[in-house]
Design a protein. Structure first.
Length: 153
């Protein structure tokens, strides 16, 4: 269920923060670039910290293929800003407290609110890669995602 490879990525606008710069982020503003949508359960949690810090530490993997990384979780922008500051995350974190985007992508989960998931969207707005974790704290490594991004036309 949810979004499948080859489907248009559902459009959205969510409040977010990059560093201390707050603004609304709309998926279509990134047309012409590849986009990594990284859904995660929560700021300051061990598994999410490992995932996002891994993306931070290997951020060149994404910029090398001209990809935008957007983290999305149910926490509010204030929480995201504190986490970005604490962990020096170089990409925007978007707030989906109502879980509308989480549900649109079919990655909602009982208890956690959202399954750890990654969607890669091509420059035309089409989903070209999808990974949805059923349980656990495993995540897709940046090098694997960068390879998939590089293979997109």
């Amino acid at each position: 269920m949810g979004i499948e490879i080859g489907d248009p990525a559902p459009e959205f606008t969510l409040p977010g923060v990059q560093g201390t710069d707050r603004r609304d982020y709309t998926l279509s503003e990134f047309r012409g670039r590849r986009v990594v949508l990284a859904f995660y359960p929560g700021d300051f949690t061990p598994g999410c910290t490992r995932q996002m810090c891994s993306y931070r530490d290997h951020f060149d993997d994404f910029s090398g293929v001209d990809a935008v990384v957007l983290g999305i979780s149910p926490q509010d922008v204030d929480s995201h800003e504190r986490w970005i500051e604490a962990k020096n995350l170089p990409f925007p974190l978007l707030a989906d407290p109502e879980r509308t985007v989480i549900e649109a992508y079919g990655v909602g989960a009982p208890l956690l609110g959202v399954r750890r998931s990654v969607f890669l969207v091509d420059s035309e707005g089409i989903v070209r890669y999808k990974h949805v974790a059923l349980v656990g704290v495993t995540f897709r490594r940046s090098a694997d995602l960068a390879r998939a991004l590089a293979d997109m036309h």
